[in-house]
Design a binder for this molecule. Structure first.
Ligand code: SF4
Length: 274
């Protein structure tokens, strides 16, 4: 799924050069991407004909180079870029596109924080230090979510963020050292697990103390529109500072897209897709 008008409150557009994923922790229980994708399993010609099975989508790889105006782009809203089934070379190609199309701001969010750390500290070093690429981990609980923060802090990233969503319990004292942004949200949809106000207040308080921008996405619940996104009578829509870069010419974009695609084709795509 690609959209230039994402319904996600903290982004403008989504870009999915990978589709599908597998569950890894309790935050995945009601994965919206899985629910969406599985509705189309078996529908001939639909982008989600294969349901939520993991696959690369090389024809989407250079899409941001074709978007001619600056956007905040959520990378892989329908997958996890650092899933073990995505080859290193493909992740490098995705990062090359983000570095080339630098008039956008990218949000890369993962639950595979160990792979994020090890790649940012090695092959992805060329992208890690770019302030227009924000790297984040999901923090849904203490057991699985909180330990991801340390991986992120130990990754050589210029901008780091936490997506504390769906918040399933009081996360306790968080280490916010070198964290540049925190999003908090409750789960929504059928069977949504409730989020208590004191958990949200605790995270907001910690962000205030550490001087970290705080974004409150939603209370969630079965009817998320009704529960809304106000906390103590106001909304919280804070972001890290965005850097501005000029949009390249059409010719420059075309030749960059061609060179990235050619470099990726030289990697054995057949092996990658196997
Ligand atoms: S990691 Fe994300 S995309 Fe993958 S199953 Fe979990 S919630 Fe869904």
């Amino acid at each position: 799924m690609m959209s230039l008008d994402s319904a996600i409150e903290w982004t403008d557009a989504t870009w999915n050069p990978v589709r599908g994923c597998t569950k890894i922790s309790p935050g995945c229980k009601h994965c919206y991407a899985e629910t969406f994708a599985e509705r189309f399993r078996g529908v001939k010609g639909h982008p989600y004909e294969q349901g939520f099975d993991l696959r690369l989508v090389p024809e989407k790889l250079t899409e941001p180079l074709r978007w001619r105006f600056p956007k905040m782009i959520f990378v892989n809203s329908m997958s996890d870029l650092f899933h073990e089934g995505v080859p290193d070379d493909y992740i490098v190609a995705v990062a090359k596109v983000m570095v080339a199309a630098k008039w956008h701001t990218y949000q890369v969010l993962t639950k595979r924080s160990q792979r994020l750390r090890s790649l940012l500290n090695s092959t992805l070093g060329f992208a890690a230090a770019q302030p227009h690429i924000w790297w984040g981990v999901s923090v849904e609980d203490r057991r699985y979510g909180v330990p991801r923060i340390e991986d992120l802090q130990n990754a050589e990233a210029a901008v780091r963020f936490l997506s504390v969503e769906p918040l399933l319990e009081d996360p306790g004292k968080l280490s916010l050292d070198r964290i540049n942004w925190v999003i908090v949200g409750g789960e929504s949809g059928p069977g949504a697990r409730p989020m208590r106000k004191e958990w949200v207040m605790s995270v907001r308080h910690q962000c205030r103390q550490a001087n970290v921008p705080f974004f409150f996405k939603q209370w969630g619940g079965v009817r998320k529109v009704k529960s809304g996104r106000k906390l103590d009578g106001r909304t919280y829509d804070e972001f890290p500072r965005r850097v501005r870069h000029p949009v390249l010419t059409l010719n420059e974009c075309t030749s960059l897209a061609e060179s990235i695609e050619a470099a990726f084709r030289r990697v054995d795509l057949v092996d990658c897709l196997a």
